[in-house]
Design a protein around this ligand. Structure first.
Ligand SMILES: *[C@@H]1O[C@H](CO)[C@@H](O)[C@H](O)[C@H]1NC(C)=O
Ligand SMILES: *[C@@H]1O[C@H](CO)[C@@H](O)[C@H](O)[C@H]1NC(C)=O
Ligand SMILES: *[C@@H]1O[C@H](CO)[C@@H](O)[C@H](O)[C@H]1NC(C)=O
Ligand SMILES: *[C@@H]1O[C@H](CO)[C@@H](O)[C@H](O)[C@H]1NC(C)=O
Length: 720
């Protein structure tokens, strides 16, 4: 079979688009049965061979039996939508050239009433939309040439092992939309040439090992709309020639990767509409002929992980669309996809697509990103950059920025490279995990936390006991995987409580929390215990003090405040938010020889304070005396840099300049960079005068808004 046939087969099966070729019917002058229409009509065999077929059309006539005196030359006999419940060979006697018989949508309840013993030329038999309940042994015995058999939309509950005996030439079998609960391998022994099997829409929940083994010639298999939960490793073994498979609308929770590895010739794979949460490393690997892959309409899909697709040298089209929770595609999700031309990612929850992802696809020609909540910052900057090989955007007119506020509703393509920042904050998409879940005692739970940012963020989790868990670590019933997933094995009442995921890089941090309730457990208990009073000063020098504390619970709203002794004015009171899970804070930029009161606020009634006095500057101190004026100037510079980093006003990045500032004259900035950057010290710490200096730069206004802003979910997005 040629290329065209393969294409038609594929589109017909997967997309439901029938080829419609407009060729006129011609008159056929014969004595035609009463009410029927006799014409010469175009006809295609199951192998796409064209014929002009003398056709008798008796559709929709309320017939209860076949019309008499059918013309001997009849090749196609159409009896659709009548009330026929039996046919006898004698009624078709003499129709030696009958190639297609259409009895669909009639009243057959059993194939025993289909008493056809000899139609040697019949290629196509339509019995769909009848009320067949069972197929006995050798149900279609007198049809040695049959190539196409339609039994879909009946009520078949059982099929005898030898039901298809005698159909050696059958190419297409449609058994979809019946009531079968198992697929029996023995049916297929009689069908060595079968190329297309449609068996979806039956309540089958497992495919047995080697279930399709006898179908070595099969090219297309449709298993859509069944109850399949998993596909065992050997389920598809033996399908050496399979080119197309559809698992559309099943209950698969992960990609059946082992079984797919048994399909060496696979070209088209449809996994649409399955509750798969993650496409994981190695899920699609070394599928050497795969051309098109569909991962659409998945309500549960959250993330496409590192190396999810690897070495698919012929993959040209990848469709991952209409997945309302999909917010993350790892920058290195695609590896060695050398032929990929078309990447469809519209209508997801993606805030960005990393430039690395795009760069990893050397043949990419077109991309679709519309209807995603795109953040127009450094991650999407590549869109406006001068690329050597421009990628065509599909529907650029409806690809909008949804953040930051000042670029909202602009078209991504129309925002210039310069308007976008070159480093950006982590953002944990709201769709990654819910803010509340209730689980049963003993359940295993997996919470997926992902964030895209530049520089790449690190992720950690804080559990209700206040313990901070970083990737690749485990603790009690907990485990955090490299990608940022927190797993809890065999939940008990003790695991109920408040969980927080933190994603941070040098630019800032994002946090997202969830309450886990264990059915019948007591949640309140875990989160109201007061922290033991252990807030203390571990070290004090001239300009900094190291503070530590204990916390036996997760407090995402903690903050620290400090004020120099004797300052009553409010703007001398400083405050910073403490990221969840932090137990230590290096308070820098203090004045030497000064008395400070420092308070840790863990909740409305839970504040502990300490007093400390910084050391006097010693005579040998190599540091220049940082007078308040110098301090302010440096702070302002810092803010300026951040403003540029945030707004993309300049071509240098924050990160590059960190290095410069790590020299002695800028000791002020060598405070633990992360703690510093992740807290809003600059904004809250500075008095009005400082802020005004920044404002005079002309960019300060936006900066101040966003730095102090909290988004509507109460998540703090700081620094930018
Ligand atoms: C059946 O088809 C053959 C070959 O096309 C033709 O020669 C023959 O006349 C046809 N028979 C009838 C009854 O139409
Ligand atoms: C600062 O605090 C200390 C201790 O509480 C107190 O003795 C002193 O009077 C305060 N004032 C100044 C200006 O140091
Ligand atoms: C906090 O203190 C107030 C007043 O002292 C009291 O009414 C409230 O119940 C306390 N809250 C908690 C959570 O202990
Ligand atoms: C705290 O910050 C100061 C000043 O930035 C630095 O010299 C010191 O090493 C830091 N201490 C710790 C423990 O991080």
């Amino acid at each position: 079979m040629g290329q065209i046939t393969i294409f038609l087969l594929h589109t017909h099966l997967l997309l439901g688009i029938a080829s419609s070729l407009v060729i006129q019917s011609m008159p056929w002058r014969v004595p035609c049965p009463h009410q029927c229409v006799c014409q010469i009509k175009p006809w295609y065999s199951p192998q796409s061979v064209y014929r002009e077929a003398p056709t008798v059309d008796c559709n929709d006539l309320l017939l209860i039996q076949l019309p008499t005196s059918l013309p001997q030359e009849t090749q196609t006999l159409r009896l659709q939508s009548n009330l026929i419940s039996s046919v006898d060979q004698s009624e078709l006697q003499g129709l030696v050239n009958l190639t297609e018989l259409d009895l669909s949508h009639n009243s057959f309840t059993s194939t025993r009433n289909l008493r056809i013993t000899d139609l040697p030329a019949l290629l196509s038999l339509h019995m769909e939309e009848n009320q067949l309940r069972h197929l006995p042994e050798a149900a279609f015995f007198g049809l040695p040439s049959l190539q196409e058999l339609y039994l879909n939309h009946n009520r078949l509950r059982s099929i005898s092992p030898g039901a298809f005996k005698g159909l050696d030439k059958l190419l297409r079998l449609h058994l979809n939309s019946n009531r079968l609960v198992v697929i029996d391998r023995r049916w297929f022994h009689a069908l060595p040439q079968l190329e297309v099997l449609m068996i979806g829409g039956n309540p089958v929940d497992t495919i047995q090992d080697l279930n399709f083994k006898p179908l070595g010639a099969l090219r297309s298999l449709v298993l859509a709309g069944m109850g399949l939960r998993e596909i065992s490793e050997r389920a598809l073994e033996g399908l050496q020639n399979l080119e197309s498979i559809s698992f559309y609308d099943n209950h698969l929770i992960k990609v059946p990767k082992e079984s797919l590895q048994k399909l060496p010739g696979l070209k088209f794979l449809d996994l649409n509409k399955n509750p798969i949460q993650l496409v994981q490393r190695g899920d699609f690997r070394n599928m050497l002929h795969l051309k098109e892959l569909g991962l659409n309409n998945m309500e549960e899909l959250i993330s496409i992980e590192h190396s999810a697709m690897e070495n698919l040298p012929e993959l040209t089209k990848l469709e991952i669309t209409n997945n309302p929770r999909l917010s993350y595609i790892h920058p290195q999700a695609f590896q060695k996809l050398l032929s990929m031309e078309s990447l469809m990612l519209n209508s997801n929850a993606l805030s960005a697509l990393h430039s690395q992802t795009v760069r990893s696809l050397p043949s990419l020609q077109e991309i679709s990103l519309h209807t995603n909540p795109i953040r127009c910052d450094c991650l999407i900057r590549w869109v406006g950059a001068d690329n050597d090989k421009p990628v065509r955007f599909i529907e650029p007119q409806s690809t909008f920025c949804s953040e930051p506020p000042e670029l909202k509703a602009r078209r991504v393509k129309e925002v210039s490279f310069r308007e976008m920042a070159d480093s950006c904050l982590p953002l944990i998409a709201p769709s990654t995990f819910p803010s509340y879940i209730e689980v049963k005692h003993g359940d295993n739970v997996a919470l997926h936390c992902r964030a895209l940012a530049e520089p790449e963020p690190s992720i950690y989790w804080v559990i209700p006991q206040g313990v901070r868990l970083t990737p690749s670590s485990s603790y009690g019933r907990y485990q955090v995987l490299t990608e940022g997933t927190l797993e809890i094995f065999g939940v008990t009442a003790k695991e109920a409580g408040f969980y927080t995921c933190v994603a941070q890089n040098l630019v800032g941090a994002d946090t997202r929390s969830l309450t886990l309730q264990v059915e019948g457990g007591d949640l309140v208990h875990a989160n109201t215990q007061k922290t033991e009073d252990s807030f203390e000063v571990q070290d004090v020098k001239e300009r900094y003090a190291l503070l530590t504390w204990q916390a036996n619970r997760n407090i995402p709203t903690a903050h620290l405040s400090w004020v120099a002794n004797g300052s009553l004015e409010d703007h001398h009171r400083h405050s910073t938010r403490i990221l969840a899970g932090t137990r230590r804070f290096n308070l820098t930029r203090l004045q030497p020889g000064t008395h400070y009161k420092v308070c840790l606020h863990l909740g409305p009634n839970d504040t502990s304070c300490v007093h400390l006095r910084t050391k006097e500057v010693s005579m040998q101190d190599p540091l220049p005396d940082l007078t308040p004026a110098v301090l302010l100037a440096v702070s302002a510079l810092l803010l300026l840099l951040m403003a540029r980093a945030c707004n993309g006003g300049a071509s240098f990045s924050w990160k590059d300049h960190m290095l410069e500032f790590e020299k002695p004259h800028t000791t002020i900035l060598t405070q633990e960079a992360k703690a510093f950057m992740t807290s809003p010290i600059p904004a809250k710490h500075l008095n009005q005068q400082d802020t005004d200096k920044v404002l005079s730069d002309g960019r300060g206004k936006d900066l101040r808004n966003t730095m102090l802003g909290q988004d509507s979910q109460g998540l703090t997005k700081e620094a930018c």
